[in-house]
Design a protein around this ligand. Structure first.
Ligand code: K1U
Ligand code: ZN
Length: 161
């Protein structure tokens, strides 16, 4: 890890929170490093070069994606995983995860492999998800979300505009 990569993880947390997400992977912000950030229930986690070493059970759950906002679908994932990764300081750690954390980690690791949750949907569901995204795209010029008036000001602790 370098100071530049640590700054990248900080920026990614900020971007993820502004977009009201629970995770974000480097390729989603145009970077090729194998790293992702996750924050569920105020538990920020940085995973660098993550690898799933144990994968057990199966669970179906709804997923969204900050790269295709407002499109949702049910995906089968491993119910319990053990992951090995490096942390923000480049130190190795192991993490056992279930429920939403396990789902989010698998979703983020997929991003590192160029895979999106819609790739798991049936042909018809994927087609309908992509059609929905096509119709919504115009609301995200250059893939940027227009914030409602006052929202950004509120985030910085200022008076709403
Ligand atoms: O990587 C991303 O695109 C972020 C994505 C992560 C994710 C959400 C739900 C299941 C698996 C992975 C999001 O944060 S999308 C935002 C969202 O829909 C959501 C937010 C809080 C709880 C659940 C979903
Ligand atoms: Zn995603």
């Amino acid at each position: 890890m370098t100071d530049e990569l640590r700054r990248l993880t900080d920026d990614m947390f900020e971007t993820m929170r502004a977009a009201k997400g629970i995770g974000l992977a480097a390729p989603q912000v145009g970077r090729l490093e194998r790293l992702a950030v996750i924050d569920i229930d105020d538990n920020p986690i940085v995973v660098v070069n993550p690898e799933i070493v144990v994968s057990e059970g199966s669970a179906r759950g709804e997923e969204g994606c900050l790269s295709i906002p407002e499109v949702f679908g049910d995906v089968d994932r491993a119910a319990r995983i053990t992951l090995r990764a490096l942390n923000r300081d480049g130190e190795p750690f192991e993490l056992e995860a279930t429920d939403l954390l396990a789902r989010c980690l698998q979703h983020e690791i997929d991003h590192l492999h160029g895979k999106l949750f819609i790739d798991y949907l049936s042909f018809l569901k994927r087609r309908s998800a992509l059609a929905k995204w096509e119709s919504l795209k115009k609301d995200f010029p250059q893939n940027l979300r227009k914030l409602p008036p006052g929202e950004l000001a509120g985030r910085h602790g200022e008076e709403a505009l």
